[in-house]
Design a binder for this molecule. Structure first.
Ligand code: GLU
Length: 430
């Protein structure tokens, strides 16, 4: 029997120890998996496997001590067949061009699976925001926007927050873009402060979307959400707010971690206290909580595991020890393809990142609509539209997964790819 592309890739993966593959190579494997199942034309696969454009910039910033430091940044635009590129900008000391390329590709498929009229983009600046003053952070935000200004805009590419960036950073970037263009252009960026065209509900949207998909998954497994136990890796915007919302649903949050500490409390944490400690002290100061390792957190015997930090945390090394029934990927790219195989074989239901964390970009899309209309929705309107979009997306994905006897990740990619292919055909690209 002729060796299929996926088999070939799988054996290459094993030979080359896929765990060393970077996210760019991982997303290409995910595309191949979906393409194989769809019997997709190779020309479509080849287009999808590479970003349309990757921008590299460097720019000088005057630091508080008077010295000049040169910062490097990237912006990748993967596919704009359906609409302008869309996706966050992360500030991280270890961000790389390949990582940003991969993240821009996940954005295309994320928008595709929800059915948003947007493509995929992502940006990154190599810096450590924990070691910068507010003034330095502002200069970096403005410097990066100035450097990429000609390539972004409401009809071209619309950035948003991501790891270690927030509404204030978006506000500075929007201001820089508006000043250069001598016009008020809120639609250039989403996740802005409310005072300059941000949307109600955007700050909570990634976590809220994640909770909506968890509810659907629990229904699918016929399990009640109330009293379900939850472990969350990462206590940034997504992890922290997911903990809050799940606690409100009656779940017991038994473990949380940030980049420094992981803590465990079998009878459940008071999430408000955790948020307070995270802001003013440190998570490990929670009284009567057991200190555990990040690795232990991922393999706890819980109902729901939420990786909400960075890529490649569930790998072939720990996947077989995962005891959670559901993994909801609030982070982008937390699970490697080899780990996926193991989790599937063990019956763990993985809600893939491109669906589980799509709430952020969905409300970003709503923010863009509100900016265009210059008319703003109530928080209830935003939240109910978000629910409508994500429940529909979850149902479509799970239906296709059943039809094709495949997992939710593959089905999500398949739906997205079919939508992008249709747009590329309509535009005469293929
Ligand atoms: N950074 C978020 C993500 O990875 C949000 C992107 C957006 O709102 O454009 O999905």
């Amino acid at each position: 029997m002729a060796e299929t592309t996926v088999n070939r890739l799988n054996s290459d993966m094993k030979k080359n120890h896929i765990e060393n593959l970077n996210p760019y190579e991982i997303v290409q494997i995910q595309i191949e998996h979906a393409a194989e199942k769809l019997g997709l034309d190779r020309q479509v696969v080849e287009i999808l496997k590479k970003p349309q454009r990757v921008i590299y910039v460097s720019f000088p910033v005057k630091m508080d001590d008077g010295s000049i430091r040169v910062f490097e940044g990237f912006r990748a635009q993967h596919n704009t067949a359906i609409g302008p590129a869309k996706g966050g900008i992360r500030f991280h000391p270890e961000v790389t061009m390949d990582e940003v390329k991969a993240l821009s590709m996940w954005m295309t498929f994320k928008c595709g699976v929800v059915g948003l009229p947007l493509g995929g983009g992502k940006g990154g600046v190599v810096c450590d925001p924990t070691k910068l003053s507010k003034r330095e952070l502002e200069q970096i935000s403005r410097g990066f926007m100035e450097a990429i200004e000609e390539f972004v805009g409401p009809d071209k590419d619309i950035p948003a927050p991501d790891v270690y960036t927030n509404a204030q950073v978006m506000g500075w970037m929007m201001d820089t873009y508006s000043r250069i263009n001598k016009a008020f252009v809120p639609g250039v960026i989403t996740g802005k402060p409310l005072a300059i065209g941000g949307s109600l509900g955007r700050n909570e949207a990634t976590a809220r979307g994640c909770v909506i998909t968890i509810k659907e998954a629990m229904k699918q497994l016929n399990k009640p959400l109330e009293k379900a136990t939850v472990a969350i890796q990462g206590f940034g915007n997504a992890g922290r707010i997911a903990a809050r919302l799940l606690a409100q649903e009656g779940c017991t949050i038994v473990a949380v971690s940030d980049s420094k500490h992981a803590i465990f409390k079998p009878d459940g944490f008071d999430v408000a206290k955790l948020e307070e400690l995270k802001q003013h002290a440190s998570l490990d100061q929670y009284e009567r909580a057991e200190r555990i390792t990040q690795e232990e957190l991922l393999t706890l015997d819980v109902d729901i595991l939420i990786p909400a930090a960075l890529e490649n945390v569930i790998t072939s090394k720990n996947a077989s020890q995962v005891k959670a029934k559901i993994i909801a990927e609030a982070a982008n790219g937390p699970t490697t393809p080899e780990a996926d195989e193991i989790l599937n074989a063990n019956g763990v239901l993985v809600i893939p990142d491109i669906l589980a964390n799509a709430g952020g970009v969905t409300v970003s899309y709503f923010e863009g609509i509100q900016n265009m209309l210059n008319y703003y929705w109530t928080e209830e309107e935003v939240n109910s539209k978000l629910e409508e979009f994500l429940v529909r997306a979850y149902k479509q994905v799970s239906k296709l997964a059943k039809e094709y006897h495949t997992d939710l990740r593959n089905a999500a990619f398949m739906i997205a790819i079919l939508r992008i292919k249709e747009a590329m055909e309509a535009r005469g690209w293929i």
